[in-house]
Design a protein around this ligand. Structure first.
Ligand code: ADP
Ligand code: MG
Length: 284
């Protein structure tokens, strides 16, 4: 491979809104046979909105949740904070990556996050919460706990990125396999998976398990491109043969990746693969 031809490939990628971090990245790209896509913020726009709030105890759910999430950068947190702009202040905010967030609100410890997080923190979960959860359908749900007890749930909706379905179809037409990987629950993941026509759906995955999933696919002999946007995707992006970050996502994802998709269009994934193939073909 002549360095000049590779540099031309990198420059051509830049014209397509694809930031390739070094000429050697194109060689890794050519071998890719499996594209793993993060769901929230990658396949979906990540611009979520609160669809419904349910209290299991009669206590206010949105106010304490919005107070905690005002300090959050996660799409779920941003949406919850936006739904209650006059929430009280939070102290001791802590983001629990891939799980939720917590802090003190008006003297009470408040946790917002997944059912799994509540179990991990030994929070008391009323029977009504399990019932609410099972009826969420395609919505994303988070539980809200105050003083170690779940007081309610918040259902959120996200929108699939307009380019996602055609981008997945194009990857398939190039002979690549696609996998949707998410920390979200099964029903929400399946709904998005069906909408975009993805090959395989893996849900309920913690950030550490995202890395394990990438490594498992690699151990099976697959050459994996991982596409993600979040802080939680950083390790999986680094573990993949090719890490691709969505530019509108977090800086940590962009730093961990080999390629940054500056163009807000998931078709840039296939463009990268095609460009790498052409660049290396001209070198032979
Ligand atoms: P994805 O893998 O789809 O990008 P994440 O790994 O970022 O999703 O989050 C996984 C799950 O963790 C979410 O579905 C939600 O239940 C929970 N979660 C993460 N961050 C927050 C937050 N700031 N507030 C509430 N819940 C959160
Ligand atoms: Mg994400």
């Amino acid at each position: 491979a002549t360095p000049t031809a590779l540099m031309v490939g990198v420059a051509r990628a830049a014209q397509l809104g694809i930031l390739v971090k070094g000429p050697e990245v194109l060689e890794a790209t050519r071998a890719v046979d499996t594209v793993v896509l993060d769901k929230t913020g990658t396949v979906t726009t990540g611009r979520m909105r609160v669809a419904a709030t349910t209290s299991f105890t009669g206590e206010d759910v949105l106010r304490p949740a919005a107070a905690v999430e005002a300090a959050s950068e996660h799409p779920i947190g941003v949406a919850i904070a936006a739904a209650c702009p006059d929430a009280p202040a939070v102290t001791g905010f802590e983001a629990l990556v891939g799980a939720g967030a917590r802090g003190e609100v008006e003297g009470a410890p408040v946790v917002v996050g997944s059912a799994e997080l509540m179990a991990r923190l030994d929070v008391v979960v009323p029977a009504a919460a399990a019932e609410w959860w099972s009826e969420l359908g395609p919505a994303t749900g988070v539980l809200v706990a105050r003083h170690g007890e779940v007081v309610g749930g918040i259902a959120l909706r996200d929108t699939v990125h307009p380019s996602a379905q055609s981008a997945v179809a194009r990857l398939h037409s190039l002979g690549l396999r696609t996998v949707l990987l998410t920390g979200d629950h099964e029903a929400a993941a399946r709904a998005v998976g069906a909408e975009i026509g993805v090959g395989e759906v893996i849900a309920n995955v913690r950030p550490s398990d995202k890395v394990a999933t990438v490594e498992r696919l690699r151990a099976q002999g697959r050459h994996v491109a991982m596409v993600g946007d979040g802080i939680n995707d950083g390790p999986a992006l680094a573990a993949a043969d090719l890490g691709m970050a969505i530019a509108r996502g977090s800086d940590i994802a962009a730093q961990a990746a080999d390629v940054v998709l500056v163009r807000d269009d998931l078709d840039a994934i296939a463009d990268t693969v095609v460009l790498a193939g052409r660049t290396l073909a001209t070198i032979r």
